[in-house]
Write a protein that binds this ligand. Structure first.
Ligand code: ATP
Ligand code: MG
Length: 417
């Protein structure tokens, strides 16, 4: 037997309804915000991710699925979609459309990580990217969309954590202060953090090792180092969030794992998924488009991990409103099978989800099957029904029955389904 690769998962027929429910809700919400879908390839040139995400990040240094294709090019399965969307925005001159431009995506993403609950090697993201302005109204719109998405899916106790990591100017001053703070603590830090200290000190705040987390508690806060413009942006955003009633907490420990962020960074977190508690991460990335060869463009976006939110929805008992067949058409005995097929076909053409017996089972076995597939109604077809052109519609949840003319069956089922 050949097994599924480590860190990947099948979405089985019994689970796909949950995914469809979730994805449909997210698409509908994106529509309410005037965001349009963008689809980019599953793989890109490796260089795209190295240049945008940053080669000292975990994603680029350890987690990418990179290989050489038959033409000798270095290809990488997308570990995230912000960079591919930016690549497409530049390549297709999407700035020639009216700005701001709002896009969303639902995509698989690939990272070579240690698999655990809520951490996979192939996972899925719903994300939004808004292009074309540096105004805090864009940040607000983006965070508001994420907030409405999570609450609209019925999730509870998900907290919004907000921070600003400033621009390159404020960050330079902050990183100096951070280095000074950590200088005499190198012995207490994990080996990765010692590397981060040398190469990318901001990421020290991102470490998940408990001892390192402890050290970050007294580290200087980046908000104290913001320049006037970045501070004004941050304060304006806080005011706007308050204005539309979106609760948030300032958390100066949030720096996000990728290099391209500027100013606003945020996460939505839950306590109910253990170490994999971040269900959504995002922020502003005003330098990404220009660093990939486009014009300087204010942008803000986020990505939600679909596996994590579906796990949380299951935990919190959200009703996924899964669809079930409206009716199962049963045949009294095999000689009526052809008639059952005909009736079933007419029901489907009328927009009723219908199924019928195809394996010649007894009526009892058919009832059992109809229960298993959770059909709402059953209709039994035999000699009398055909002769009199009349059937009984049986409601399977409580056994009640009503009579109906065969010709009127599609219309009646449509009324009561
Ligand atoms: P984490 O800190 O949990 O590794 P991250 O900061 O690497 O997350 P992002 O790059 O911000 O994650 O991706 C956005 C979202 O995608 C995360 O908040 C999470 O919900 C989801 N996600 C990221 N990596 C994985 C993974 N390996 N498996 C499942 N979901 C993931
Ligand atoms: Mg990660």
């Amino acid at each position: 037997m050949i097994n599924i690769p480590k860190g990947t998962k099948d979405v089985l027929p019994s689970e796909s309804g949950k995914w469809q429910y979730t994805e449909n809700k997210l698409r509908e919400l994106a529509r309410l915000y005037n965001a349009r879908e963008i689809r980019t390839p599953v793989f890109e040139h490796t260089e795209l991710f190295v240049r945008s995400i940053g080669d000292e990040t975990d994603v680029v240094s350890k987690e990418m699925y990179t290989f050489e294709d038959k033409g000798g090019r270095s290809i990488t399965l997308k570990p995230e979609a912000t960079a591919p969307v930016a690549r497409s925005y530049i390549e297709n001159s999407l700035d020639s459309m009216s700005l701001p431009l709002k896009t969303y995506y639902i995509t698989p993403a690939f990272r070579y990580e240690r698999p655990q609950a809520g951490r996979l090697r192939e996972f899925h993201q719903f994300g939004v990217e808004i292009y074309g302005a540096t105004s805090p109204y864009l940040d607000l719109d983006c965070i508001s969309l994420a907030y409405d998405a999570l609450t609209g899916l019925g999730l509870k106790n998900v907290r919004l954590k907000l921070n600003s990591i400033g621009c390159s100017e404020c960050r330079k001053r902050y990183v100096d202060a951070l280095r000074a703070y950590y200088a005499d603590k190198l012995d207490e830090m994990c080996p990765t953090c010692r590397e981060r200290y040398a190469k990318n000190a901001l990421r020290l705040l991102d470490c998940k090792v408990p001892a390192c987390r402890e050290l970050t508690k007294n580290a200087p806060a980046i908000l104290d180092y913001l320049c006037d413009d970045c501070r004004a942006h941050h304060e304006a955003l806080c005011g706007l969030l308050e204005g539309i009633g979106i609760p948030f907490e300032i958390d100066t420990g949030i720096v996000r794992g990728l290099d391209y962020y500027t100013r606003t960074v945020f996460e939505f977190v839950t306590e109910e998924l253990g170490a994999q508690g971040t269900v959504c991460g995002g922020g502003r990335y005003d330098n990404l488009v220009s660093s990939l060869g486009g014009k300087p463009t204010g942008c803000v976006g986020f990505a939600v991990g679909l596996e994590r939110i579906i796990m949380l929805m299951e935990k919190q008992g959200v009703d996924f409103a899964e669809s079930v067949p409206d009716v199962f058409v049963m045949s009294q005995s095999q000689e009526y099978a052809a008639e059952c097929i005909k009736i079933t076909a007419s029901l489907r053409r009328a927009g009723i989800s219908a199924d019928t017996e195809m394996t010649g089972r007894s009526l009892k076995a058919q009832f059992k099957y109809a229960d298993k597939i959770r059909a709402k109604y059953a209709v039994v077809i035999g000699g009398d029904e055909i002769a009199q052109e009349k059937v009984k519609i049986k409601k399977l949840s409580d056994g009640t029955e009503e009579e109906c003319g065969l010709k009127a069956l599609p219309a009646r089922l449509k009324e009561i389904k």
